[in-house]
Design a protein around this ligand. Sequence first.
Ligand SMILES: Cc1cc2nc3c(=O)[nH]c(=O)nc-3n(C[C@H](O)[C@H](O)[C@H](O)COP(=O)(O)OP(=O)(O)OC[C@H]3O[C@@H](n4cnc5c(N)ncnc54)[C@H](O)[C@@H]3O)c2cc1C
Length: 432
Amino acid sequence: MKKTDVLIVGSGCSGLYTALMLPDDIDITLITKSDLESNDSYLAQGGICMLKNENDYDSYFEDTLKAGHYENDRKSVDIMIRSSQGVIKNLISYGVDFQRDSEGQLEFTREGAHSDKRILFHEDITGKEITSHLLARVKEKDNVKLLEYTTLLDIVEEDNECKGAVVRMDNGEIKVISAKAVFLATGGVGGLYEHSTNFRHLTGDSLAIAIKHKMKLRDIDYVQIHPTTFYLEDSEERSFLISESVRGEGALLYDKNGKRFVNELLPRDLLTNAIHAQMEKDGTNFVWEDLRPIGEDELNSHFPNIVAYCKEHGFDPMKECIPVVPAQHYFMGGVWVDHFSHTSMKRLYAIGETACNGVHGRNRLASNSLLESLVFAERAAKHFTIQSSEIVIDEELYTDLNKYHYLDEIEEYNKKLVRSYVQNKIEKIKTA
Ligand SMILES: Cc1cc2nc3c(=O)[nH]c(=O)nc-3n(C[C@H](O)[C@H](O)[C@H](O)COP(=O)(O)OP(=O)(O)OC[C@H]3O[C@@H](n4cnc5c(N)ncnc54)[C@H](O)[C@@H]3O)c2cc1C
């Protein structure tokens, strides 16, 4: 394969939704560095926000801005909120099963820093429920070719115009692919940190490419630490998230003496600071979280996977507190994009966690990222579709492939490069 109309890099929710939003007569190639299901979109637990009704608009807008320290791009926030009902309608039409009440109406939950219940969920595996349905729909499309274990190494640029990409195929072969447009959907940067809730292979590869090609970046040092992940002594494992929803439903945090020390519903960054300060004061590596106020029925029905994980690791949340510690979780900054997810380079889009349209400001409000990924993926797809017929694809692209043969060195260099930009100010979360 030497050319494709559209190359999408990443099989998370943003990459998949883009593929679904493009017309059927566009030839699409979607690649992923790992298998199709190993991405953070599958890990999302808490849920996805939706504007419930017009009365909630101001409050939802204000909560998003307040969490983001008022550094958010207000137009992006407005677009996200206004587009939420359309996205949810599409998801339901794909078969996504959100929790409903006894009358069959959508049921909403709440997380930290939300002043009202406005989050749709499916048990504590909302991301898997959404993303598996997107993947199933994409697999039904004849115009989409899916390639696993195929890694983006670089883009091919001429005078600030993206003409295609250099990729490593699953057999190790390095290929150049011409495309009318490339969509970067490579997720976050958690793989650069020792403790992170993210998949280890998410190392900010698009950022490295953007830096090398002198593209515009935004809010590049805004990294979110999740206040509560399950504490494991000496573990190389990805940190397991104890969703914010459990605090929304009543879980409490205690110091080493079993005393509450903080308002559990503070925005993530403020709560993380408070937990770090308490650990410092107590001389501990974790604080305690008490899930018992939620009640056994709700714990079993809403959070079965969290309960199972805790039990597997020696703690029964029905009977005792569990140890929790902050870990790297989300990247608010990224490759700069406009309101149609277009980067500063022609024919190159960035979507999902890789991109930064300013919607989250300095700190993301819980359950806004799946929504933002889908809303802006759709806008990117529509923006491209309007221009598609005018773009002439290069039949052959020539680029010197020799420089891509030292892959280990390139990967290490890329990681160092991205780390030097994405400085995390919280020393306790070490970079790997
Ligand atoms: C534990 C956890 C819980 C979360 N809970 C929630 C929640 O409840 N609600 C919410 O809104 N958000 C939540 N989030 C955040 C949300 O899941 C992510 O921000 C979102 O899914 C990102 O989607 P994405 O498509 O941008 O990236 P991802 O889903 O991470 O996908 C990235 C893709 O890029 C591929 N890739 C990376 N580099 C390359 C490369 N060089 N070449 C080829 N492919 C590459 C990967 O293999 C992967 O397929 C959570 C995140 C985590 C980690």
